[in-house]
Structures are given as structure tokens and as C-alpha cells.
Design a protein around this ligand. Structure first.
Ligand code: ADP
Ligand code: GN1
Ligand code: MG
Length: 365
């Protein structure tokens, strides 16, 4: 069957009649296939969930429905309009949370949030501060949600030592003969093995609380209003699961405080001012709920999560580009180098980053 047939079957399942609704590919995420379906009646974002990445898509959807309903209730109780403040999923015409096509692939649909846009790179400090507010509010709106009732959609997603083990195993096989070309990046990772475990170790010792976290807080997972430039909400909820506030903060810095587009550039370039803007927006919105230990690991988590993401890109490069969508042969290697450059920059500025976080926390309390 052709791709068109699968898309159109999925559209029909959500009551979006092909012909009446036009569709086109949309967005630039690395994982799912997103289509914007539009007619005079409205617009819907239709997505095929990447089954290579999400082995249990029905669990992803169960989490997504639970979390968005909780957030919608929260917004309603606070006098807001959920349609403008959160993703809302459509049920299929036979009232199911998702559609499975003839190929066994799972599709879901959300109302398109009108007048919004996403950015792959921060244009200024105000944009990042606003994005931080969206992720900080996200955590606060879910603070009373029982984290242990959510599924772990990708087990050990931010378990950096496990990611390191996977990296070493792929490196040792070097099935695609790419290690030689990536030697400098490979050494960068190997030299930092001892730094990989500090968050997981603190979690295991009970020193950091498990929360409902987003786990994929890159800038283009935030919708911004086109007219005001303000961030509305976090999207891409596939990895919402129990996690650490440090994961969300660190991952957002690795994406937001990069002066160059993570996906296009050869080298990253850390901006202390962007770091400051994100940290301020985050701490202003959820700092009061963070424990002292959580505050203390925010700055080092930015270094760790950048390292982890770079290591994942590099692992995928060595493994023949099976996970992240790529546009050319060295795309994942370039992405990895970009992250490692950020890591080097941040390693040098770590004490200033920690000092700034301390000041922001004191001011917020
Ligand atoms: P991926 O996992 O591939 O990153 P996302 O869920 O982030 O998929 O969606 C990809 C892009 O599609 C987003 O970056 C955003 O631009 C756009 N998008 C997805 N859902 C919506 C929506 N409901 N309203 C507006 N834009 C959306
Ligand atoms: C992926 O889905 P997307 O494009 O928002 C990835 C993140 C990485 C990011 C790097 C489920 O995010 O973990 O940090 O690419 N998502 C998944 O750009 O693996
Ligand atoms: Mg995304």
C-alpha cells in the first residue's frame, strides 16, 4: 500500500474526509511524521508515531490522554481556555484514542493550535525566558499527578550510564566502519565516562524526587503565539513520564542556549545570557517547588544532558542512522559535535553557571 493510502485511512478514522481536508507534511521533529490537515472547518495535526522509537505506542497514548486531561482541567479551574493552553487529542470516529493502519502503525490527532509557531533556535533572551515558563508551568500543573501511574514510554530514556554502555557496544562493533571518521568525538565521550552517572546515582540514593516531567524540552517542542511572541505550551508529549526536574532543565539548555541551530550547524556555541534567561524563566515559574538538591544540580545537568544527547547522536551515527531522521551521511556526527562543543564551553563556565542559579533561587524564595 502507498503512503498516501495510509495517511488517508488515518484521516478518515478521525473524521477528516480526504478531498474535504487537504494535507501536507508539517514541522521538523526528528521522530514522528506530522501532517497538517486543513479544511474550512478547521485544522488538525495528524501524526504517525515512530514505532521504531516507541515500542508500545498505545502506552504513549494512554499517558498523553491522561496528562492532557489533567492539564485541561487545571486550566479550566484557573479560568483559562484549555483549547488555547494545551494539546488536546481527538478520538477516532469509533471513540478510540488512536488509529492503527494496515501496516500496524499507530496514528493520533490533535487540534492544531492556531496562530502559533515553533522555533529551532532562540532569537533572543525573551523567547527563551518565555519557553522556560511553559516548561516550568507544565511541571507545576502536573505536580499533584501521581507519577507512578504513568508508563515509562522509553525505559531509561535519560539514564546516561546506560546510554554510555549502548555507545560502547555500538562502538566496539563499528558495523558501518564510521568510528575512524568520528575519532575525536568518540574520544570526547570516552574521556567523560566518570561524569555520566551523577544524576542517576543521586536518584538511586533518594536525593532527588521523581516528578512528572516532559523529558524532551527542546525549544521546538514549545508553541509560541505569533502575535505576542509568548510561549503557550509544551507539545510533543510522547516522553512525558516519571523523571527529574534536572532532565527537563538540562535538556532545554542544551537546545536553547545554543547560539546555532542544533540540527544544521557543525559546531555549537554556548550563550551564558541565554542560559541566564532560561534559568530565570524556569526558576520564577517552578523554583518554589524545587528542593535544595534539585536547585544544586540544575547547572551541572545542563552539561550532562548536552553530553548525553551528543552521545546519542554519535551512537546513532556509528549505528547507521537508525533512530534520528537524517538528511545526509554525517548529519548525526555533526549534531554530536555541536553538542560536544556546548559541553566544552559549559565545562569552562560551570562555576559562573552555578553561582547564577544560586542567586536566582535566593531571589525567587
Ligand atoms: P516530533 O516527535 O517528530 O518532534 P512533534 O510532536 O514535536 O513531533 O511535532 C512536530 C512539529 O509539528 C512541532 O515541532 C510543531 O511545529 C508541529 N505541531 C505538532 N502538533 C501541533 C499542534 N497541535 N498545533 C500546532 N503545531 C503542532
Ligand atoms: C528528539 O522528537 P524531537 O525531535 O522533539 C528526541 C530527543 C532529542 C532530540 C534532539 C523521543 O526530539 O530526545 O533530545 O530529538 N526525542 C526522542 O534534537 O528520542
Ligand atoms: Mg518534537
Amino acid at each position: 500500500m502507498s503512503n498516501t493510502k495510509y495517511i488517508e485511512d488515518a484521516m478518515r478514522s478521525f473524521g477528516l474526509r480526504p478531498g474535504k481536508y487537504a494535507y501536507r507534511k508539517y514541522g521538523d521533529g526528528h521522530i514522528n511524521d506530522t501532517y497538517l490537515c486543513e479544511s474550512t472547518e478547521g485544522r488538525v495535526a495528524l501524526q504517525r508515531i515512530n514505532s521504531n522509537v516507541f515500542k508500545n505506542p498505545h502506552l504513549v497514548m494512554e499517558n498523553a490522554f491522561k496528562v492532557t486531561r489533567h492539564i485541561a482541567d487545571y486550566i479550566q479551574k484557573s479560568g483559562g481556555d484549555p483549547k488555547c493552553g494545551t494539546l488536546m487529542f481527538l478520538a477516532t470516529t469509533d471513540n478510540k484514542p488512536y488509529f492503527t493502519d494496515g501496516n500496524g502503525e499507530v496514528w493520533r490527532a490533535t487540534y492544531f493550535l492556531e496562530g502559533t509557531t515553533t522555533y529551532s533556535r532562540a532569537e533572543d533572551e525573551a523567547m527563551l525566558e518565555s519557553a522556560a515558563g511553559a516548561f516550568g508551568r507544565f511541571m507545576m500543573m502536573l505536580a499533584d499527578y501521581p507519577a507512578d501511574t504513568l508508563h515509562e514510554t522509553i525505559p531509561d530514556f535519560h539514564n546516561t550510564p546506560k546510554r554510555f554502555e549502548q555507545f560502547v557496544s555500538v562502538l566496539e562493533k563499528d558495523e558501518y566502519n564510521r568510528a575512524a571518521q568520528a575519532r575525536e568525538a568518540v574520544n570526547f565521550v570516552l574521556e567523560r565516562e566518570d561524569k555520566a552517572g551523577f544524576l542517576v546515582n543521586m536518584l538511586n540514593r533518594g536525593e532527588l524526587p521523581l516528578r512528572v516531567t516532559h523529558n524532551d524540552t527542546k525549544l521546538n517542542n514549545v508553541l509560541f503565539r505569533q502575535d505576542t511572541g509568548k510561549a503557550i505550551c509544551a507539545i510533543d508529549l510522547d516522553t512525558v513520564m516519571p523523571g527529574l526536574s534536572a532532565y527537563d532543565f538540562g535538556d532545554a539548555i542544551r537546545s536553547g542556549a545554543n547560539m546555532v541551530d542544533e540540527d544544521k550547524a557543525k559546531r555549537g556555541d554556548f550563550s551564558f545570557n541565554f542560559f541566564k534567561a532560561y534559568a530565570k524563566g524556569y526558576i520564577d515559574n517552578c523554583g518554589c517547588a524545587l528542593t535544595q538538591n534539585e536547585c544544586d544540580v540544575l547547572a551541572p545537568s545542563a552539561i550532562l544532558l548536552s553530553f548525553e544527547c551528543g552521545m546519542r547522536f554519535l551512537t546513532d551515527y556509528l549505528d547507521g542512522d537508525k533512530y534520528f531522521k537524517t538528511e545526509h551521511q554525517t548529519h548525526n556526527l555533526q549534531r554530536a559535535i555541536s553538542q560536544f562543543n556546548l559541553v566544552s564551553d559549559m565545562e569552562q563556565q560551570r562555576s559562573s553557571m552555578e553561582k547564577l542559579i544560586k542567586e536566582l533561587v535566593i531571589n525567587a524564595r
